[in-house]
Ligand binder design. Structure first.
Ligand SMILES: CCCCCCCC/C=C\CCCCCCCCCCCCCCCC(=O)SCCNC(=O)CCNC(=O)[C@H](O)C(C)(C)COP(=O)(O)OP(=O)(O)OC[C@H]1O[C@@H](n2cnc3c(N)ncnc32)[C@H](O)[C@@H]1OP(=O)(O)O
Ligand SMILES: Cc1cc2nc3c(=O)[nH]c(=O)nc-3n(C[C@H](O)[C@H](O)[C@H](O)COP(=O)(O)OP(=O)(O)OC[C@H]3O[C@@H](n4cnc5c(N)ncnc54)[C@H](O)[C@@H]3O)c2cc1C
Length: 671
């Protein structure tokens, strides 16, 4: 099977059409891969890890169509193996990131890795970090992040789990007071974790002090049995991520010591005095981190899906343009290019967006942790919220477009597009439901807009709101003008600024009509979400342009990416043309020029499409797709995998002897 081979060794057998596609590339794929990896040394390191990890028999992906228990067992086996290798080879956090990405079909310990550990790192004191992190890194303690409850996920103020401080014993007593207060959803909670960071309302002497994070041991470290007062279980099968044991948790008078409240920013003294440093929202920092990570996962999802669909579209021939002519590669159809290339462009746009938001996250958390400076937190929250939502909305849509672009074969599990899609769609809801997150950004935009009208300075991401747009005139006069990145950026910023003002005006109109603030907010919320989406798109497009202007790459790579960037910006304008026209960003004539240029760019992108996917450098094992292998031998692969299907294990199945043969005999006997 091709998925056990090194892609580099496959060129002799490669599908001829794919080979030709690679010959038309105008840039050096390996150099672009190095840029995407963050440098030559990182590519080399990733390749080293790849040959170690992906040739490991325990970690080799298998068909997913097995039962839940087997899936859980297999993914835990893989996770255990990853940790064994991590300790053996002393992998750095950067190495772990690469390994998780190459094994992206299963993350049995995902919440431990992505939420539990980061939460201790961000919200714990130095002593707490020293106490728990080494044990977490060696899996002596396996943790979950238990925040969401049956009754409340979005509205954190509504969480009902209580942690009541008792000065006489110096302990917190944790309780689940109602059915709706039971924790519901946390990954790794049901069966895997032996500890949980439980987010609960802190009560001291009858007074509530808001949500805090408490370290609670759930299971014995000897035999993994549940401790007294703890009830957990799995919440049942889900649409995707079947390998994760998302769980429920009921706490009955569970006592923990005072130093088990994460106290980096809030403390309870022995006699029950509560004190805090900086913003209340600092407890939400782990969520900001995961939202930034989700931009990265969205990038992974789209880049994988588009690699599969593009290679398949090069290898697949069906129909001819002119009757009697040989059949064409399906990628020759313009409509097919119009499915694939927006996804390809979005993948690169999201790559640069995730780089930027992660950089900001590191900068701002450093300011918070080292200088107790919370100044940039609101802007970071606003950006993480809208980018999380925009990227996961885009990836869910585009992965499905890629699946459909593969016709009937795209519907097979062996194409792996359904799995990539259904896993990816979970992050539309997880870590802050997208509409709710867009509304958080809108809240920041409304405040920023108000500041701009008062002439106050604004942070970088919203500075465009302070610009005087009254003299703006879109300079597009020809199709060629449409390629200019400054022009494209301005068109997007003008539209975003209009949508923010439109939402602010709506809000003000409601308030002037006498609506209380919360009523006005709800009535204006559709426009508010639209404004946040426009803001996110403008950011992603401008950031793509700026990132390219700063990129250290050869001219061929810059040229190809520049085309892709223009296409992405123009495509979004076409998709939301009504808003751009209404905003006065462009005129009707300019819209027509943009449409022509957008479509003309498909032919410019086409020769590099396969190479741009190759540059993501996904190993065949990681893609695990019969349609998306590097060698493009799609039919051999489909047939090979079909032969492995459990129904094909015997020529005649026992079910035939059980159900059909006796019936046939009975029916025949009646005649
Ligand atoms: C899920 C499976 C993933 C599969 C991935 C598939 C793809 C894989 C591909 C590649 C893989 C690569 C390897 C990766 C390995 C993967 C492992 C996966 C495992 C981990 C997955 C974990 C995912 C999910 C986990 C969770 O869901 S945890 C729970 C998350 N919960 C939420 O997000 C709750 C949402 N609600 C809120 O955030 C808030 O309550 C609210 C809605 C923002 C409202 O806040 P509040 O009640 O305080 O009210 P407001 O009045 O609105 O706000 C008051 C002020 O506070 C400001 N604010 C709010 N939030 C924040 C914040 N976070 N930071 C800073 N400031 C904040 C707000 O702006 C207000 O400010 P003001 O100045 O205006 O007053
Ligand atoms: C795969 C997966 C993994 C998860 N992992 C974890 C985990 O590890 N730990 C954990 O604690 N949680 C986890 N969760 C829970 C997740 O964080 C919540 O489901 C999520 O935050 C959404 O909250 P909710 O379910 O309460 O949705 P709701 O808030 O009930 O959303 C339902 C609808 O109501 C709308 N809505 C709600 N509030 C508003 C508002 N204020 N304004 C406008 N519209 C609104 C939403 O837009 C949505 O359309 C996970 C969820 C999933 C799906």
């Amino acid at each position: 099977m091709a998925y056990t081979k090194e892609p580099d060794q496959l060129s002799i057998k490669t599908n001829v059409d794919l080979l030709k596609e690679r010959q038309t590339a105008t840039f050096d794929v390996a150099s672009l891969t190095q840029i995407l990896d963050g440098g030559k040394a990182k590519t080399r390191r990733r390749k080293q890890l790849e040959s170690l990890v992906l040739s490991d028999p325990t970690l080799n992906p298998l068909d997913r169509s097995v039962d839940r228990l087997e899936l859980y067992d297999r993914s835990l086996r893989k996770a255990a193996r990853v940790y064994e290798l991590k300790v053996k080879h002393n992998w750095s956090p950067e190495d772990m990131k690469m390994v998780l990405r190459m094994l992206n079909d299963e993350h049995a310990l995902g919440v431990h890795e992505v939420m539990f550990i980061p939460c201790i790192e961000r919200l714990g004191t130095a002593a707490q970090r020293a106490k728990w992190l080494p044990r977490a890194h060696t899996l002596e303690i396996i943790g979950t992040y238990a925040q969401t409850e049956l009754g409340h996920g979005t509205n954190l103020a509504g969480l009902e789990t209580t942690a009541t401080y008792e000065p006489s014993s110096g302990q917190f007593i944790l309780n689940t007071p109602t059915l709706s207060a039971m924790k519901w959803w946390p990954g790794n909670l049901a069966k895997t974790a032996n500890h949980a960071l439980v987010l609960a309302q802190l009560w001291i002497a009858g007074k509530k002090f808001g949500m805090q994070a408490f370290m609670v041991q759930l299971r014995s470290l000897e035999d993994h049995t549940l401790l007294p007062g703890i009830e957990t279980g799995d919440i049942g099968p889900k649409m995707g991520v079947p390998y994760t044991d998302n769980g429920y948790l009921i706490l009955k008078n569970v006592r923990i010591p005072r130093d088990h409240m994460l106290a980096g920013f809030a403390k309870v003294s022995a006699d029950g005095q509560f004190s805090k440093v900086g913003s209340d929202q600092v407890n939400y920092l782990t969520m900001v981190y995961v939202r930034a990570k989700i931009v990265d996962w969205a990038f992974n999802g789209v880049s994988e899906a588009v690699t599969i669909a593009t290679r398949y579209s090069a290898a697949r021939r069906q129909g001819s343009m002119k009757p009697g002519d040989p059949e064409v590669q399906i990628m020759d159809y313009m409509t097919q290019q119009y499915k694939l290339f927006p996804a390809l462009a979005a993948a690169y746009a999201l790559f640069f967006a995730k780089e930027q938001i992660m950089k900001e996250y590191v900068r701002v958390t450093k300011e918070i942790q080292e200088d107790s400076n919370f100044k940039s937190l609101p802007e970071l929250h606003s950006q993480a919220a809208c980018l999380k939502s925009f990227s996961s909305d885009s990836s869910s849509h585009l992965i499905e477009v890629c699946r459909r672009a593969c016709g009937g074969h795209g519907y097979l599990i062996s194409a792996n597009l359904s799995t990539i899609g259904v896993d990816n769609v979970s992050v539309v809801t997880a870590e802050g439901e997208n509409t709710v997150m867009f509304l958080q950004t809108a809240r920041y935009l409304m405040k920023s807009f108000a500041k701009s009208t008062m002439g106050q300075p604004l942070p970088a991401t919203v500075q465009y709101l302070s610009r005087d747009w009254s003299s703006y005139e879109c300079p597009v006069r020809s199709e060629r003008d449409c390629l200019n990145h400054n022009v494209i950026s301005d068109i997007h910023l003008k539209r975003a600024s209009y949508l923010v003002k439109r939402a602010a005006d709506h809000l003000q109109r409601r308030l002037s009509a006498g609506d209380p603030q919360h009523v006005a907010w709800n009535r204006a919320s559709i426009d508010l979400v639209t404004a946040a989406v426009g803001h996110a798109q403008a950011f992603v497009v401008c950031n793509f342009c700026t990132s390219l202007s700063q990129l250290d790459a050869d001219t061929q790579i810059l040229e190809v990416l520049s085309t892709l960037c223009s296409f992405y910006g123009l495509h979004l304008i076409i998709k939301h043309s009504g808003e751009f026209l209404e905003a006065g960003s462009i005129s009707g004539n300019q819209l027509e020029l943009i449409r022509r240029q957008e479509q003309a760019l498909l032919a410019v992108i086409r020769p590099n499409a396969v190479a741009l996917c190759d540059a993501f450098d996904y190993h065949d094992v990681t893609l695990n797709s019969a349609l998306g292998g590097y060698d493009g031998n799609v039919y051999e692969e489909l047939y090979g995998r079909a032969k492995q299907c459990v129904l094909n294990k015997t020529e005649v199945l026992p079910s035939y002897y059980k159900h059909i043969q006796p019936l046939q005999r009975r029916l025949k006997a009646r005649l």
